[in-house]
Design a protein around this ligand. Sequence first.
Ligand code: GLU
Length: 444
Amino acid sequence: MSYVDEVLASVREKNTDQPEFIQAVTEVLESIRPVVDASEKKYRDAALLERLVEPDRVIMFRVPWTDDAGKVHVQRGFRVQFNNAIGPYKGGLRFHPSVYIGILKFLGFEQVFKNALTTLPIGGAKGGSDFDPHGKSDAEVMRFCQSFMTELYKYVGADIDVPAGDIGVGGREVGYLFGQYKRITGSYEGMLTGKGLTFGGSLIRTQATGYGLLYHTEEILRLNGQTLAGKTVSVSGAGNVAIYAAEKAEQLGAKVVTVSDSTGWIYDPDGIDVALLKEVKEVRRARLTEYKAKKPNAVYHEGRGVWTVKVDYAFPCATQNELNLDDAKALVSNGCQGVFEGANMPTTAEATKYLQENGVLFTPGKASNAGGVATSALEMSQNSERLSWTEEEVDSRLKSIMTGIADTIDAAARKYGMPGNYVAGANIAGFEKVAEAMLAQGVY
Ligand code: GLU
């Protein structure tokens, strides 16, 4: 059995209760096969793959909090510190009822390669809780965040592990988490990113994942002789990534006709009104039915269905495994020419394969959504030098990082004889950097 197959078999056996983690590891190990096969002895002797698929540590803790009625609840809190070969652990916190160890291990594993692709010195981690912020008051969210940080503070720090936001964790939550860290430790340091602009946050961090996705897409399209201007596109999700992906797509001359949330989706033939979407989602924290109420021309559908709309390009920006094989078939039969992931692993393995086999350009989230964490690393740089850069400075660095990632994954795919296979390109380029750093640092 080849080394890759041996490690894959062992990962499947040891993690039977974690399908998303198995899915993420399988995708990476399958794509780095040519690189590993070419130097099998070197990697096998160092047990490099076994070390790569096992997190450095998993921290799990109890998070008790009291609701506004005085009732005490207990949530689970986690931090998966996956790999710090190339820099301090870095990755978001997710607050969502679906959070369990398998989701955070998949996200932490993806983050290792994503962060390597940014070219910046950050390792990979992820954390979060099964807490659901929906429908909670600000005071409840604050008490939850304070309780969460009262345990997490022991394991994080500006040179150790730097969390940020993800699903269910935005500026409000980061603010409460930062306040509690400072209160407990007395240390004013850049140990969280996505902070508010008055206390060490970076301009453009809020927009970075969505904007970065579009900068990346424009370069991928350019490399393939296509352009975004004048095209019709679909976006799923209505959170931070989706909102700023839609905003930048429209600035670049595309028409965005869909967005979605956990209960339904909007088709807006006039193009999504991003200002209204922000008002509904960022200010009122309401459902998309309120978008429809203000926009009579738009159509609201219950349930899922974004991928049935005829578009030139699709941007899944909601959550993992939201685009399945049937969705991929619908996109292809409607003439879709590109799928660019804004969320982490939103496309199932079967759907990805189908899209690639049918000539659809496809970029994996670990490459195309790296703009968020890249800008987090820029926030860390600004905190270290105790300065704030201008919007132009951050945006131009973000653009060059995202264009650079597109060029890197394109070159890596070509080098290994798989031109246009950006899944392989991203995994190979990320792996080469992390593997070299791990080998150089000895067995650990
Ligand atoms: N949660 C984001 C991601 O998936 C950002 C993480 C960060 O900024 O650390 O990459």
